[in-house]
Write a protein that binds this ligand. Structure first.
Ligand SMILES: [Zn+2]
Length: 249
């Protein structure tokens, strides 16, 4: 059974000169070089649903899952046209209570306000053949709030996005990538079929679908590092160690 690399992006945009966390930005030029190179290698970008379905039936060879966290407007404006040009799919994890606003949860920390897709833009993202997942209702640190609140954040975002967009919402991404055994259980109870962490690694068919590892695409690193991560399993061991460490806490 082949391993499934899952890429994690935030912004596809030219990095603002004074952005303190430049690693969150992949420039449109670099992004296109990544797509071009993957295609040259015979690989194809797919959504979370397609990647998981293919891994289940043994046809995921050559697939790379593209995920975008938070639902930034540049995911639609910059990434979607390039993905479409290459025939790639992708999944964007949207904060349901923040649609059409900005990254209130970390704007102060990052010292920058980044616009998020509105309802119409999410429709355009879907119309481009892409997928929407849930990134909770308001991007709280779920393990630091009362369990009732966490349960609501996880379940209500699924309902809200489904009602807003009229499509099934099957996949979740943990805000900040943080999870505990309790949070994983709430995600399971809410009926999601997968959930993304930010622990590094490539997904195996035997992995818990609610604890999927991802490859963070660091906009400050070059193409070779990107390829090393996508095309080789070298981060796998690190991921195993970190999952058991987190769940043991
Ligand atoms: Zn996020």
């Amino acid at each position: 059974m082949s391993a499934l690399p899952i890429l994690c992006y935030h912004n596809v945009a030219v990095v603002p000169k004074d952005a303190p966390f430049k690693l969150l930005y992949v420039s449109p030029d670099s992004f296109e070089r990544q797509l071009w190179t993957l295609r040259r290698l015979g690989l194809r970008g797919v959504s979370t649903s397609e990647g998981i379905a293919r891994q289940s039936n043994g046809t995921s060879r050559g697939c790379v899952v593209f995920t975008f966290d938070d639902g930034y407007a540049d995911t639609l404006m910059m990434a979607a046209p390039l993905l479409k040009r290459y025939g790639f799919g992708a999944t964007c994890y949207v904060v349901s209570g923040a649609v059409g606003t900005y990254n209130q949860w970390d704007a102060e920390y990052l010292r920058e306000s980044k616009p998020l897709m509105g309802r119409d833009q999410l429709d355009q993202w879907l119309a481009a053949g892409m997928e929407v997942g849930s990134h909770s209702l308001s991007h709280l640190r779920l393990h630091e709030v009362p369990q009732d609140v966490a349960r609501y954040e996880i379940a209500e975002s699924r309902t809200a996005l489904r009602n807003m967009l009229g499509v099934p919402i099957e996949h979740f991404a943990y805000p900040y990538g943080h999870f505990t055994a309790d949070i994983v259980e709430l995600v399971r109870q809410a009926g999601y079929s997968s959930a993304m962490t930010v622990l590094p690694g490539v997904a195996r068919a035997s992995d818990d679908r609610l604890l999927l590892p991802r490859i963070f695409v660091n906009g400050e690193r070059g193409l070779w590092k990107f390829l090393l991560q996508v095309a080789t399993p070298y981060e796998r061991l690190r991921w195993r160690q970190r999952v058991s460490h987190v769940l043991a806490k």
